[in-house]
Design a protein around this ligand. Structure first.
Ligand SMILES: [Zn+2]
Length: 284
């Protein structure tokens, strides 16, 4: 078995006490490579320390939209310097988060809040192009039920992270490829990404009972155009739902996907590994 776990946050303090054992368990489950993801400058530094220690770990570095406000204005320069480390294989996770709202919901603040996210994203996409990396994208929108609770004139009714991302990425077409991590979109959305040369990645959510729309998307995704990930420590698949996720669980996700796509586990392993090797430019 040769699986690649394409998205875990192994610098998370929840892994502090048993990281060695957890990496052994991942290997035992057939996971040969793990991409561990930085989300802030502090997390990027921790991530690099980990990939130096464990041969099967590789790094993606970036400033997640939810951590932007913590960073010094010079973060871009530091990220550029860190990203030249030989075990960095992508930039991410970066993107747009319109789900976690600022405390000040005035129009002036919302405009600035969105603008800051857009600028940080664009700066990191430019850096990815300059360094020859693909990117890992975080995209989260406010659900309709939450939008209904807002006042009618709130600008948030017009904000849409999905649309903003597609617009921005269209100007990077052929320069880089983006993986929409933890993809939960429709069949149509999946195709619009693939048409632009991007990739989708599926998490343990696929094993959850209420994931029937996601199941349709997974069934419809063309061969060799998707990757798998746990997003550990979050989103543990069934039967570990609610617990701390870990990279070994990527096998459970692959098994569920094989069931949905009516193919073998080996086939899912082969096509997701092939895609991940190309995306992160691993040699087979
Ligand atoms: Zn993540």
């Amino acid at each position: 078995m040769n699986l690649i776990e394409t998205h875990a946050h192994l610098d998370d303090p929840r892994f502090e006490h048993d990281r060695d054992a957890l990496i052994d368990r991942a290997h035992a489950a057939g996971v040969r490579r793990i991409v561990t993801i930085g989300t802030s400058m502090a997390s990027n530094h921790r991530t690099l320390a980990l990939v130096e220690r464990y041969p099967s770990l590789y790094a993606a570095l970036g400033i997640h939209p939810l951590h932007l406000h913590e960073e010094k204005t010079t973060w871009w320069k530091e990220l550029k310097r860190l990203a030249t480390h030989p075990k960095v294989v992508a930039l991410g996770e970066i993107g747009l988060d319109y789900y976690h709202l600022p405390s000040d919901l005035s129009s002036a603040n919302l405009i600035q809040w969105r603008e800051e996210q857009l600028q940080a994203l664009q700066a990191q996409l430019d850096l990815a192009v300059a360094l020859g990396f693909n990117v890992i994208i975080h995209q989260r929108d406010l659900p309709l039920t939450k939008k209904k609770e807002l006042s009618e004139d709130s600008l948030l009714h017009q904000f849409n992270a999905w649309d903003d991302l597609l617009t921005i990425l269209s100007s990077y077409q052929k320069k880089l490829s983006a993986v929409f991590h933890c993809f939960g979109g429709s069949v149509e959305q999946m195709h619009s990404l693939l048409d632009q040369g991007h990739v989708v990645s599926f998490t343990g959510i696929v094993t959850f009972k209420n994931a029937s729309l996601l199941a349709q998307t997974i069934e419809a995704t063309p061969r060799n155009h998707y990757m798998i990930e746990t997003d550990a420590p979050y989103l543990a698949p069934v039967p570990h739902r609610g617990e701390r996720a870990e990279p070994a669980h990527v096998r459970l996700i692959a098994e569920k996907i094989a069931q949905l796509r009516r193919c073998s586990l080996q086939e899912v392993a082969a096509e997701t590994t092939l895609r991940a090797e190309a995306f992160f430019r691993f040699s087979p």
